[in-house]
Design a protein around this ligand. Structure first.
Ligand SMILES: C[S@@+](CC[C@H](N)C(=O)[O-])C[C@H]1O[C@@H](n2cnc3c(N)ncnc32)[C@H](O)[C@@H]1O
Length: 561
């Protein structure tokens, strides 16, 4: 199986593309019903304010979608739901009425039912949420899993923040909740152990074996209770009064041969205790050893709600083996996917916004090499094949692009514009989703250049996306005006419909020449058909707007593909 990344609503994708019993582990970190929207923060370039754009919406209203979900669940035409789920949903509706919370729970019920379907009988499910709705979600998961041979395993409490100093009218909200379910009794689980704290290691494992580099400490070789003298190499040593040597003669001989005993005093052997042989304490259900992604964290990508890789490492290690399939159908900036890749698991990722998809593609390239996501041309068959990831769900033909442009969904505002800018800029631009007053700028990027004093400067590149028919040349003039106002070097006008008249107009504005003597048209017109045919921006863009992920080594160097 090739790894798969899907752009679209996970309900549709799970139903249409993910087979029954094909997934070993599913972790999800869906919106929590927090009643707020989350913004992606971009790198700060030059003197610009920190730019940001909406990444996803977490406000829920009762509406047509909720009504349909309710009908689908209670009618249960295809027996997707258990009678307990139907009864629970009917009861919850009586209590919660037609509220945003009820709409959220219905959406989650539909998706968790699909997750249950795609899990193998040996599979596990981890649902990351917080106390806003964890108690309701647990009822739903109990009804979806425990009524069909599954089991509730843990409520994991992840301490995601320390208590802030600022005063508040309630105790600080410190935890997220991760509900862990198995699909059957024969699920996979490997106990995890705490890594010793670095301060402790520094203090107690201060010695290093020169031949092997292994760290160790010296511990007593004696225990209480009188014992006999034993042979240590060519010497026989009496233990002190009231003590005995802890090992048998046979093990002492082996230890002497392997160099495990050290004589700090001629009559007092001490035993080497190696750091790499110490397993820490079992990890329980309270996780307070994994810090959240703070503003200084190396792995931070500026994506709101990004989860730490250590959290996913623990879950993936505990509940899957190498080559198992890991699913995250709310994958955000792709933490689960990046960790699964690093740990040699296969993976399926789904997200409903192209911003997430584009961030994930860039994260994979930054972490695992630039050809990770590129399409490769099969010379014989003359078709494009994706290098290591199958990306599905984005428009592949003109009709699909028109459908995306016409999508009426407030939760996905400007999705067509975002897709066009990110696709054309190879995920290097950032999105501007301010409403009005911005002269139609949908995206921005920065080129590196030098001023007359040879000082590094960044030059703005603007993108404007149009989806209406019969554009007239004034849109080009408007973009030129915006370029002047924004002191930008070049601009791209991406149009859904073909635009010969605009191309003619654009040539009137000549070229921008940078300090290396390279010249670029001041205005370039790109049609969506050209974009679909593979046309991409080829400006030198060394200034990354998006924070880059660190280059990762897979756990074994051999590639899985
Ligand atoms: C809390 S974020 C996940 C963050 C992620 N764990 C990480 O570390 O980056 C939730 C994600 O779910 C996505 N999402 C929300 N509704 C969705 C749906 N119906 N289908 C697919 N993705 C969805 C949002 O676009 C958002 O990226």
């Amino acid at each position: 199986m090739k790894n798969q990344l899907y752009y679209g609503d996970n309900l549709e994708i799970l139903r249409n593309f993910v087979a029954d019993e094909s997934v070993d582990l599913c972790y999800i970190d869906p919106p929590f019903n927090s009643k707020r929207n989350y913004n992606q923060i971009y790198n700060n370039i030059g003197s610009e304010d920190k730019a940001q754009t909406q990444a996803f919406v977490d406000t829920w209203l009762w509406g047509e979608a909720a009504n349909m979900a309710f009908q689908e669940i209670v009618k249960n035409k295809d027996q997707v739901y258990t009678p307990e789920v139907c009864a629970l949903v009917l009861g919850l509706r009586q209590v919660l009425k037609e509220s945003g919370l009820m709409a959220y729970l219905l959406a989650m019920t539909q998706r968790i039912a699909e997750i249950h379907r795609v899990l193998k009988p040996t599979g596990s499910f981890y649902l990351h949420c917080d106390p806003t709705a964890s108690h309701y979600l647990k009822l739903l998961c109990d009804a979806l899993f425990c009524t069909r041979g599954g089991d509730f395993k843990n409520e994991i409490v992840w301490e995601k923040t320390r208590v802030p100093k600022a005063q508040s009218l309630h105790f600080a909200k410190q935890q997220d909740v991760i509900l862990f379910y198995s699909k059957s009794d024969s699920y996979l689980f490997k106990l995890q152990y705490k890594q010793p704290n670095p301060e402790y290691i520094k203090k107690y494992f201060s010695q290093t074996e020169s031949e092997t580099g292994r760290k160790y400490q010296l511990v007593s070789f004696l225990q209480d209770g009188q014992g006999q003298a034993k042979r240590f190499g060519d010497r026989v040593i009496e233990p002190p009064r009231g003590k005995h040597w802890i090992w048998t003669q046979e093990r002492i001989d082996e230890a002497m041969e392997k160099g495990w005993l050290i004589f700090t005093n001629p009559d007092k052997p001490r035993l080497k205790k190696y750091l790499d042989e110490q397993i820490g304490k079992n990890i329980g259900s309270i996780w307070n050893d994994i810090p959240p992604i703070n503003s200084q964290a190396k792995e931070r990508l500026g994506y709101p709600t990004q989860k730490p890789e250590a959290l996913l490492e623990r879950i993936i290690e505990a509940s899957s083996n190498e080559n198992d399939v890991v699913l995250d159908c709310f994958c955000g900036c792709g933490t689960t996917i990046a960790v699964a890749e690093k740990m040699n698991r296969k993976w399926i990722g789904i997200d409903i916004t192209y911003q997430s998809i584009s961030l994930i593609l860039k994260r994979l390239e930054d972490s695992f090499g630039s050809n990770f996501t590129e399409d490769i041309r099969d010379q014989e068959k003359q078709i494009k094949i994706p290098a290591k990831v199958i990306l599905q769900g984005e428009p592949e033909d003109f009709e699909a692009a028109v459908a995306l442009a016409n999508r009426q969904d407030d939760r996905l505002r400007k999705e067509f514009e975002k897709w066009a800018v990110l696709k054309f800029s190879k995920n290097r631009a950032f999105i501007n989703d301010k409403k009005g007053g911005d002269g139609g700028i949908d995206g921005m990027a920065y080129m590196l250049d030098y001023d007359e004093n040879h000082k590094e400067i960044s030059r703005k590149v603007l993108f404007s996306v149009k989806s209406n028919k019969n554009l007239n040349p004034t849109v080009v003039r408007d973009l030129v005006g915006t370029l002047e106002r924004e002191k930008a070097a070049v601009g791209y006008l991406i149009s859904l419909y073909p635009v010969e008249n605009l191309v003619k107009e654009a040539t009137k504005y000549g070229f921008f020449e940078n300090s290396f003597g390279q010249s670029f048209p001041k205005i370039t017109i790109v049609s969506i058909q050209e974009l679909l045919d593979g046309l991409r921006m080829n400006l030198p863009l060394p200034l990354d707007i998006l924070k880059s992920a660190e280059l990762k080594k897979r756990d074994i160097t051999e590639s899985l593909f």
